[in-house]
Design a protein around this ligand. Structure first.
Ligand SMILES: [Zn+2]
Length: 257
């Protein structure tokens, strides 16, 4: 999985990845990018609804597996969602936005140790193993492990790429390239003033940069699962499972030295 890549990819995509991206609904791109986890992760972590505690008994199986909701993390799911939306709305910008958003999500999640069933119903998991899958640790421990390990490099890449794409945040860009392509903005313009629309458009990058900063502070400054060397000097010895895979290896090397 990854954290802020979800919030930042849509802006980078607008600016860098494809020059024709202005023909894609930005809102649909963000919804597609967030969607697979919005539909599943609250149950993988567990949540309380009306006094009931709801939690998947096996978070990996539920979040990424089949039987389970792992099909939401597949390229084929993106095609199906885009096809249904196109049939219902005849909106190419929305169908394309959802398709690419879900694809970016599924591809980036295949970077961890569990991976994603990219070509569901083929249930083979494509897993790069670049960082450890730790959803089972819980809502707070999961990001602590992710940002203690190499996952923070992946998110840092997106932070830098998003900052380099700062031009897409300009009001003029919003009016020339974003708003005219998507009826969402005309519709919400009836309810909200213009500056509020621009704030909504910039919302995901603001959210992403805040999340990145606070999770980095949480994992490296406030929490006892600080970077490996620092934990050692304090004598606190985290459980191996609490670390990102590579961070745990790094701790081992330091101990031997
Ligand atoms: Zn995911």
């Amino acid at each position: 999985m990854s954290w802020v890549a979800r919030d930042l990819e849509p802006y980078v995509f607008q600016r860098k990845l494809w020059k024709g991206a202005a023909g894609i609904s930005f809102v649909a791109l963000v919804i597609g990018s967030w969607g697979p986890d919005m539909a599943t992760k609250w149950l993988a972590y567990g949540t309380n609804v009306a006094g009931l505690h709801l939690k998947a008994s096996d978070s990996i199986q539920f979040h990424r597996g089949w039987p389970g909701a792992g099909f939401t993390h597949s390229l084929t799911f993106g095609v199906v969602v885009a096809g249904v939306v196109y049939v219902l709305t005849r909106s190419t910008p929305w169908a394309l936005g959802l398709l690419i958003g879900i694809w970016l999500h599924a591809l980036s999640d295949s970077g961890d140790t569990v991976g994603a069933m990219l070509f569901f119903p083929w249930t083979h998991h494509f897993a790069l193993g670049a960082w450890r899958y730790t959803t089972g640790l819980g809502r707070l421990e999961d990001p602590a492990a992710y940002y203690s390990g190499p996952g923070f490099l992946w998110d840092s890449f997106w932070v830098v790429a998003a900052i380099l794409s700062w031009r897409v945040l300009r009001r003029s860009y919003f009016h020339e390239r974003i708003a005219p392509r998507d009826c969402f903005w005309a519709w919400s313009g009836r309810l909200l003033p213009e500056h509020a629309l621009v704030a909504v458009y910039r919302g995901a990058i603001f959210f992403g940069l805040c999340r990145f900063t606070t999770w980095m502070l949480w994992a490296h400054v406030l929490h006892h699962w600080a970077p490996a060397a620092r934990s050692l000097t304090r004598g606190s010895r985290p459980q191996e499972g609490e670390y990102g895979q590579h961070a745990a290896v790094f701790v081992g090397l330091l101990r031997q030295a």
